[in-house]
Design a protein around this ligand. Structure first.
Ligand SMILES: [Zn+2]
Length: 342
């Protein structure tokens, strides 16, 4: 392995901080998650923690905030994070993190705590799996009747359709989806219990895990007007702090794209007490990286080799590609280094 790290370093600048993001730690998929590429099996997750604790130095958010330029972080510092507050993170992931002494940040959307409803992605996924993409397309046509919409996959919905519509249109689409799919969302959420309860959130906070902001209802932030920052950013922070009793000081961008980190949002996050912002474009963070623009890797952890490739090799290639082609319009013509949707 040491030789492999040496070879990876030749591909690009050394990382100052590696960040990884996981979502749902589960041996089985359900109609709420099948096709979303968010699940990691407990066995693979434990193997990933063994790999990280053998070759890396897991750090806390506090360490990152204290060393914004990364110079005095330990060698191969890595920050483990989780998005979307699946119940599995407290049932499976947190005990394993505790066992291996790995600190973690859990990014939570307060709207779905206690399974009061379904996150939009899980609702869309459920309808696609149980009713088919035709129902998704029909619901989309109710908000954009004149456009020919290419909605062949969940990626088309999350990566193309959602960011192109307003928050009000998204609500209208989700309402049409519930109606056309014959879904009683609240009952489905209560019966399947996919997300954390307030009690579980408090348990995470009491074990010294960090709780972070992931917007109130999991939105593409490029679609927010400044008037939406209060209901989506500030409300989520305040609710999470009130429920967990801990300060929320970091933000993770739903869907992970830098396009959603608008200057207005960055300004608002700074003013509202956030100290770090995380994306998920799977690009290496160089030394001196801006704490308001820290990238995370969404790794495949099927085996150590794949994990190494996703954590050490591809992020450096993407960083190199971005430096070479930034602004030239050639970003998509070179190596296929897609980091996927999450
Ligand atoms: Zn998310």
């Amino acid at each position: 392995m040491p030789g492999c790290f040496g070879v990876a370093r030749l591909l690009g600048p050394s990382y100052s901080l590696r960040c990884v993001v996981f979502h749902h730690i589960s041996a089985a998929e359900s109609p709420l998650t099948t096709g979303m590429n968010v699940s990691t099996t407990p066995g693979n997750f434990e193997a990933a923690l063994r790999f990280l604790t053998t070759y890396y130095s897991p750090v806390r958010l506090e360490d990152v905030l204290a060393e914004p330029d990364g110079r005095r972080l330990p060698p191969r510092a890595v920050l483990v994070t989780f998005d979307d507050a699946y119940a599995s993170v407290v049932e499976v992931a947190a005990p394993l993190c505790f066992k291996y002494g790995v600190p973690a940040v859990f990014f939570v959307t307060a709207a779905f705590l206690d399974n009061r409803g379904l996150a939009p992605d899980n609702l869309v996924c459920y309808v696609a799996n149980m009713r088919g993409m035709e129902t998704i397309k029909a619901a989309a046509r109710t908000v954009r009747p004149t456009e020919s919409l290419e909605l062949r996959s969940l990626s088309d919905v999350f990566g193309g359709f959602f960011p192109s519509i307003t928050l009000a249109e998204r609500e209208a689409f989700l309402e049409a989806l519930r109606r056309m799919g014959g879904i009683n969302e609240r009952r489905l959420a209560e019966e399947t219990g996919p997300y954390l309860t307030t009690k579980q959130l408090c348990a995470l906070a009491s074990f010294d895990f960090e709780i972070g902001n992931h917007t109130y209802s999991h939105v593409h932030c490029r679609t927010l007007s400044p008037g939406d920052f209060g209901p989506q950013i500030d409300r989520n922070k305040a609710e999470l702090e009130a429920r967990s009793g801990k300060k929320v000081r970091s933000f993770s961008q739903p869907y992970g794209s830098a396009k959603d980190l608008t200057p207005e949002l960055a300004e608002h996050l700074k003013k509202s007490g956030h100290e770090a912002v995380f994306l998920s474009e799977s690009v290496a963070n160089r030394r001196g990286a801006d704490p308001f623009h820290l990238d995370r890797v969404n790794p495949r952890v099927d085996d150590d080799g794949t994990f190494f490739l996703d954590l050490e090799v591809l992020p450096r290639l993407r960083a190199g590609r971005n430096r070479l082609f930034r602004g030239s319009g050639l970003m998509r013509t070179g190596l296929n280094l897609s980091s996927g949707v999450n």
